[in-house]
Design a protein around this ligand. Structure first.
Ligand code: FE
Length: 292
């Protein structure tokens, strides 16, 4: 981030939410052998509604990422890929193609279905980033597929008077509108870069589920330390108007929140619908070539 960011006064959060629990991600691999950490797993989908998954990847070893994610389908939700370092080329069955790189975001609405590939466009060097899955309300699950490549320079950024640099990928923070808005799920997606000791406050509606993921340094939240590569889930408490984080050392973290859909969740791999019948239909449509 540049040092010339607009400075916004800190917001007041008078009664910060407490932490509910810390989560250690699960090491796994996906696609053609890409090593990653699944931070938000299927077991947390109800608790963190409308979010379905968060994967973190970060490695200097090409063997961990070189296979990428060859052609695969999605239906019923949105994928938000945030690239911190590296270059990934995506292509889909509708003929779209784009390059996701350093600091950029690809926001894809799978809707009724798409088949796409996500392949590294580098043979060496660091690959680091995140993929977040955001659910769609039942009424939009069969909508037309859509995506937007958001270059790094298009992501609104500001600095708080405490020196925290904030990238607003989605939602609104300190009066700054993010690159993306979604009516049904009201996603808030912030990338926070905090100098040692700096506090950051974010107001949040009580009903919105919220969590933070530390990818460098550590955070103090209340009496709890959230170390690097941990997710912390905030409680939803009446009369608590937001969250307050404090950096221990130079710290980078994602703060993510959203309005729950409170609808049934049926997932089978890359298909997320509301019922098993809809899942069987998705698999049948995929096998019959109707997602392409
Ligand atoms: Fe995908």
């Amino acid at each position: 981030m540049t040092s010339s960011l607009t400075v916004r006064p800190s917001v007041a959060v008078t009664q910060p939410r407490d932490l509910e629990r810390l989560i250690v991600g699960q090491a796994t691999s996906d696609g053609a052998g890409v090593k990653l950490t699944r931070v938000l797993t299927q077991a947390l989908q109800r608790r963190l509604d409308p979010y379905l998954m968060l994967d973190a990847f970060g490695t200097d070893n090409p063997d961990d990422y070189i296979g990428g994610f060859p052609d695969h389908p999605h239906r019923g939700f949105e994928t938000v890929t945030y690239m911190i370092a590296g270059r990934m080329r995506h292509r889909d069955s509708a003929g779209h193609e784009g390059l996701l790189q350093n600091g950029g975001v690809q926001w894809m609405t799978a809707g009724r279905g798409i088949i796409h590939s996500e392949l590294p466009e580098q043979e060496e060097g660091r690959m680091e980033g995140f993929q977040l899955w955001l659910n769609l309300p039942a009424k939009d699950k069969m909508s037309a597929p859509w995506y937007r490549d958001i270059q790094s320079a298009e992501i609104p950024e500001f600095r708080t008077d405490a020196g925290v640099a904030v990238r607003v990928i989605a939602g609104e923070s300190h009066g700054v509108q993010g690159a993306m808005q979604r009516e049904a799920t009201q996603p808030l997606y912030l990338d926070l870069h905090l100098p040692d000791g700096a506090q950051f406050a974010q107001s949040l509606p009580i009903a919105h589920n919220a969590f933070v993921y530390v990818y460098q340094g550590a955070l103090s939240i209340g009496e709890t330390t959230v170390p690097v590569q941990r997710m912390a889930i905030f409680k939803n408490q009446a009369d608590h108007d937001g969250v307050i984080l404090q950096a221990q050392g130079q710290t980078k973290a994602l703060l993510i929140a959203g309005q729950p859909l409170n609808e049934p969740i049926a997932q089978y791999g890359p298909f997320v619908m509301n019922s098993n019948e809809e899942i069987f239909q998705a698999v049948a449509d995929f096998k019959a070539g109707r997602l392409a």
